[in-house]
Design a protein around this ligand. Structure first.
Ligand code: SF4
Length: 292
């Protein structure tokens, strides 16, 4: 279970280089998000809480494969489950195992373009392209490396908007390197906390699930190392884009194989969202912070 102290550590390392929650937010509660009643958010956001237990539902809470594909108007492969990808393959007259290959190419090989799926038959690749399917990866616009090895990335989205992602490596006596990805959930932020540069810049839009997931893949590419932890502490307030955050959470856990307990959702406290989040019974950590 993630504890307050370990969360404080994550919060601190993230804050060393990232513009979101770190400046004057104070972490007041961390908790594994479960079914425990959490009736009064304002209490949670202002009172240090001795790690109560909330629980979030495993990924079965996410929409079904077919509805995810149906709703995916933009035909983005990134973010789809293996079952979804199998369905895509079947829809193109391919055998089901091609879906498994697609899954491997997208999440393990991290290939960015359908045309580079050289393991797949050319007719299948061509069919995907002609039908408008794309992987959904965005280019890295720029990066800055700090003396401690932390790297901040600016990722340029399809609509030319930029989002920040930070990769934070930690090497210590506890074992192999841990790599935390600090991800954004929105372009800008509607909450406009007075101390925050992101808030001052205003709000543009919510991120799509694949735009959250791709931040983790970008960190893995830059570090040539698996991401071990994810914290939603980048640009934006994740609880105001909960649908995308939950879909990205499913993908990070099931497709990229990051343990649910290694994922932390950080919020300043948005009314009526914690109960909604708790109803999903994820085994992840919710960090509630407030500004000073
Ligand atoms: S909630 Fe929004 S405005 Fe407030 S610190 Fe986070 S990103 Fe900045």
């Amino acid at each position: 279970m993630t504890t307050s102290s370990s969360m404080a550590f994550i919060h601190n390392v993230c804050s060393a280089s990232f513009t979101h929650a770190f400046r004057t937010r104070t972490l007041v509660a961390t908790t594994i998000i479960s079914s425990q009643k959490h009736n009064n958010l304002s209490t949670a956001a202002t009172t240090p809480t001795p790690t109560p237990t909330l629980t979030l539902k495993p990924s079965s809470s996410s929409s079904s494969s077919s509805s995810r594909i149906q709703n995916n108007d933009s035909k983005v492969l990134l973010g789809l489950s293996e079952a979804d990808l199998q369905q895509v393959a079947l829809d193109f007259g391919q055998q089901g195992y091609r879906g498994k290959q697609l899954h491997h190419l997208i999440y393990q090989r991290k290939i960015r373009q359908v045309e580079d799926f050289s393991q797949l038959p050319q007719a299948f690749r061509k069919g995907l392209q002609e039908a408008g399917w794309r992987v959904g990866r965005s280019p890295i616009h720029s990066s800055v490396t700090a003396a401690d090895g932390t790297i901040k990335l600016l990722i340029k989205l399809e609509d030319n908007r930029l989002i920040e992602t930070v990769g934070i490596p930690v090497v210590d006596e506890k074992g192999p390197m841990r790599l935390t990805a600090c991800v954004s959930s929105q372009v800008g932020c509607p909450l406009r906390c007075s101390f925050c540069a992101t808030g001052k810049g205003g709000f543009s839009r919510n991120l799509q699930p694949h735009e959250i997931v791709e931040q983790v893949l970008a960190v893995e590419e830059i570090f040539k190392h698996r991401v071990t932890n994810v914290v939603f502490m980048g640009m934006g307030e994740p609880m105001m884009n909960l649908k995308s955050v939950l879909e990205a959470h499913r993908c990070l856990n099931k497709d990229i194989q990051i343990g649910q307990r290694m994922i932390t959702i950080s919020t300043v406290g948005v009314p009526n969202t914690i109960k909604r989040l708790a109803s999903h019974k994820l085994q992840s950590t919710l960090a509630v912070s407030r500004s000073e």
